[in-house]
Design a protein around this ligand. Structure first.
Ligand SMILES: CC(C)(COP(=O)(O)OP(=O)(O)OC[C@H]1O[C@@H](n2cnc3c(N)ncnc32)[C@H](O)[C@@H]1OP(=O)(O)O)[C@@H](O)C(=O)NCCC(=O)NCCS
Length: 185
């Protein structure tokens, strides 16, 4: 399911494929450079079974944004939560609605998962004003939750918003067990 580009939105959103890996990793590294660089980490997340990755590209096929999302279980004793693991837009293409379109794709898919009282969560650095404004504009609110700092030591916030179920539901993807996967440690 690809989105159509238009004069107002000259991009296409589609699920990531293997060939997107170098561009996706490079954008992840650049987009999150302030917080310690996340290129390899975000690429690793995107490869996990049950994790969904969508990209936005120009009509010429240049990758300009991505969103990575899934169900994540932090610890064996806590239930999985739906998590927007990362979203980023290349600097030259920001403020054109790319991340909004990608987040909308993610929330539409999450809405189809057969999960009662569905809530989408995300982590954003406390000093990431742009990220917080973006998610606030999309209806996320900050919740008081202890979260581990970023690799560079920056504090992080958890934000969340409810997701109303779609008319047609299907089984949710398997939860990624962060505590059990050494690649995520
Ligand atoms: C946050 C980020 C993903 C936004 O991407 P984007 O494609 O530029 O965002 P959009 O154009 O879809 O913006 C949608 C809305 O978010 C808000 N927003 C986005 N960037 C903003 C900014 N710099 N200042 C204020 N509000 C902003 C606005 O409400 C905007 O709507 P508007 O342009 O109609 O006013 C991008 O700045 C980025 O890649 N940052 C680095 C990575 C990051 O911080 N990711 C988020 C944490 S996971």
């Amino acid at each position: 399911m690809n989105s159509a580009s238009s004069a107002a939105f000259p991009y296409v959103c589609r699920p990531a494929i293997g060939g997107d890996a170098p561009a996706l990793t490079a954008l992840a590294e650049l987009g999150f450079a302030r917080w310690g660089g996340y290129g390899e980490t975000i690429f690793t997340w995107s490869q996990l079974s049950g994790v969904h990755t969508w990209i936005a590209e120009t009509v010429a096929g240049k990758l300009v944004g991505f969103v990575v999302f899934g169900r994540v279980q932090q610890r064996p004793e806590t239930p999985p939560v739906i998590d927007i693991l990362a979203v980023a837009t290349a600097a030259a293409h920001q403020r054109k609605g790319v991340a909004r379109a990608l987040l909308s794709v993610a929330l539409d898919e999450i809405a189809r998962w057969r999960i009662a009282h569905s809530v989408a969560w995300l982590t954003v650095a406390a000093d990431n004003q742009t990220g917080q404004k973006f998610f606030s504009a999309a209806g996320f609110v900050r919740r008081l939750v202890e979260t581990p700092p970023y690799p560079n030591g920056a504090e992080s916030h958890r934000m969340a918003r409810p997701v109303a179920p779609a008319a047609t539901l299907h089984a949710p993807p398997p939860a990624v067990q962060i505590w059990a996967d050494p690649r995520l440690g």
